[in-house]
Design a protein around this ligand. Structure first.
Ligand SMILES: C[S@@+](CC[C@H](N)C(=O)[O-])C[C@H]1O[C@@H](n2cnc3c(N)ncnc32)[C@H](O)[C@@H]1O
Length: 174
């Protein structure tokens, strides 16, 4: 992220949650940059907004209380330097509200369209919770089609979270 997201850039946090990633992205885009942070839960938006405010970064962040499937309604194709997905549920909130494979894949396609050439998309997947296995497998299959890099530990007793990373090539065919 730090290698790609430069001051003045536009980044998307597709799953704001408690706002840790939003703060990280807002730090990288600098004063002239912008972060759009999506979440479907009002409690998550409130938590993320508070964390961003505590970090003094409010002016750089816009919150969208809607699904990340609505990315195309908020940004132009090819305008975004980096997109971060951190799947699963809202820690400390309702664990029944989770990201789900169908909507996640639609949002990943939308995010890839939103990325500019040379941009980066990262997805942290969480197998091991109800719904998480199916979603993780779907994201892996999606990533395979996009020549994604996968960072995954195989030596854990239970399935560990893993990272799927896609670079959008400098040519139009990603
Ligand atoms: C693991 S948490 C994200 C953690 C967060 N990035 C952080 O730094 O604290 C996953 C979040 O995804 C949100 N979520 C679930 N479905 C969503 C959707 N369709 N669009 C956007 N966010 C969604 C949940 O409400 C939850 O807050």
């Amino acid at each position: 992220m730090a290698a790609v997201l430069r001051p003045g850039g536009l980044a998307l946090d597709a799953t704001a949650g408690n706002g840790h990633d939003t703060v990280f992205l807002a730090g990288l885009v600098g004063e002239g940059g912008r972060v759009l942070a999506f979440d479907v839960q009002a409690a998550a938006i409130a938590a993320a907004r508070a964390r961003v405010a505590a970090a003094g970064l409010t002016a750089r962040v816009e919150f969208v209380h809607a699904s990340h499937a609505s990315i195309p309604d908020h940004v132009a194709p090819g305008s975004v330097a980096a997109v971060m997905f951190n799947l699963g549920y809202f820690p400390g909130g309702d664990h029944a509200v989770i990201t789900r494979a169908g909507e996640t894949l639609a949002a990943l396609d939308a995010a890839l369209d939103a990325l500019k050439p040379g941009g980066i998309l990262t997805v942290v997947c969480y197998p091991g919770h109800p719904g998480g296995d199916e979603e993780s497998a779907a994201v892996l299959a999606w990533g395979r089609e996009k020549s994604a890099e996968v960072c995954r530990r195989e030596d854990t007793p239970r399935p560990a979270p893993f990272l799927v990373l896609v670079w959008k090539r400098d040519t139009p065919d990603h």
